[in-house]
Design a protein around this ligand. Structure first.
Ligand SMILES: [Fe+2]
Length: 339
């Protein structure tokens, strides 16, 4: 049909689109982005500095009483483009527990990792006391009971990483306090999962009963040794993945964790998004063409499909990172481009 543009036709089109709205449908030809040749990402690169946030975290212990006002003293880092979430899938931030304090047990469907930055203390995971020391990676997987206890003398601070934005997007967020809103009983000895899984061995009659790693604590000394024994990759430096000792897979079904020592990496971008934390050393990264200088305990976000490269300014620069790669792989949605 050869339509001639007339006032009548324009009126008819207006009326048509209005009637579509009324019945809650939209014409595909008017929806932007449906034919984008590559992802258009709302999230932007950003860096959070320890020197900016640490004083504010300490101040939180003056204004927030743990147990009374809040059951966790944590500052969540939100991407400048978002109301909630460091990326569209993950949220990171610092958490502080002062000496003598406890954070009562709870569990939730979002899974979490903790990367220890300062001080030492315990997280209890499913009855197992897990000693957290600087550089350790501790897991509190989805729906596992966890509480935090600090018997030391120096404030303990760690980087939290959770898959909350993803779980919320899936409309699958559940949360429950431990009965009585208290600490959970200890049912295993300290270091139980390290003894069972931390030496490259596993029980011969072991059964896989969870989708996450059964090892709750990855000690820094072991991880750093593995990094220093790794081959150098031009895009990642010397990089190791914290792996599930039962399967060789990622530590959590929603998040993968890595440790890498770098000099200068070549640029790359991929469809997974990543949050990096500086474990030691100083340097800078180019994220989406913008330079971000970093030093110990700073963390920064590299959104999906954003070019990035890292440059160390000291010979000992080590980065920890968490990635949402496991969410993409099952659907063959992971793509990367190497520069
Ligand atoms: Fe929690």
């Amino acid at each position: 049909m050869n339509l001639q543009y007339t006032d009548d036709l324009a009126k008819r089109a207006d009326s048509y689109y209005q009637r579509l709205e009324e019945v809650k449908v939209a014409p595909l030809w008017r929806i932007p982005g449906t034919t984008d040749p590559e992802p258009k990402v709302d999230e932007v690169p950003h860096l959070w500095r320890w020197n900016d946030l640490h004083p504010l975290l300490l101040e939180a212990s003056e204004v927030v009483d743990l147990g009374e006002d809040a059951d966790r003293r944590a500052l969540n880092a939100h991407n400048p483009s978002r109301v909630f979430g460091t990326t569209h899938t993950m949220v990171a931030g610092y958490q502080l527990v002062e000496p003598g304090e406890t954070a009562p047990a709870h569990h939730h469907t979002p899974g979490a990792i903790r990367f220890m930055l300062q001080g030492s203390g315990h997280t209890i995971v499913e009855g197992e006391p897990v000693l957290m020391e600087p550089g350790d990676l501790v897991l509190t997987p989805s729906w596992t009971w966890h509480d935090h206890r600090h018997e030391g003398t120096e404030a303990m601070v760690w980087l939290d990483g959770l898959d909350v934005p993803f779980v919320k997007a899936m409309r699958a967020g559940f949360y429950e306090d431990y009965p009585g809103n208290q600490l959970q009983p200890l049912t295993k000895p300290e270091g139980w999962s390290i003894r069972r899984y931390g030496s490259g061995l596993r029980p011969a009659n072991d059964e896989i009963t969870t989708p996450h790693s059964p090892l709750m604590n990855y000690k820094y000394e072991h991880a750093l040794r593995a990094v220093q024994a790794a081959e150098t990759d031009p895009h990642h430096g010397q990089r190791v993945e914290y792996s599930n000792p039962q399967t060789g897979g990622h530590v959590l079904p929603t998040m993968a964790c890595y440790l890498q020592q770098i000099e200068e990496t070549r640029p790359l971008r991929h469809t997974s998004s990543t949050i990096f934390c500086v474990v030691q050393g100083e340097g800078h990264s180019y994220l989406g063409g913008q330079r971000f200088d970093w030093s110990r305990n700073d963390f920064f976000v590299v959104p999906s499909w954003t070019w990035h490269k890292h440059v160390a300014e000291t010979p000992d620069a080590v980065l920890f990172s968490m990635s949402d790669l496991p969410l993409l792989e099952p659907f063959h949605l992971y793509r990367e481009e190497l520069g």
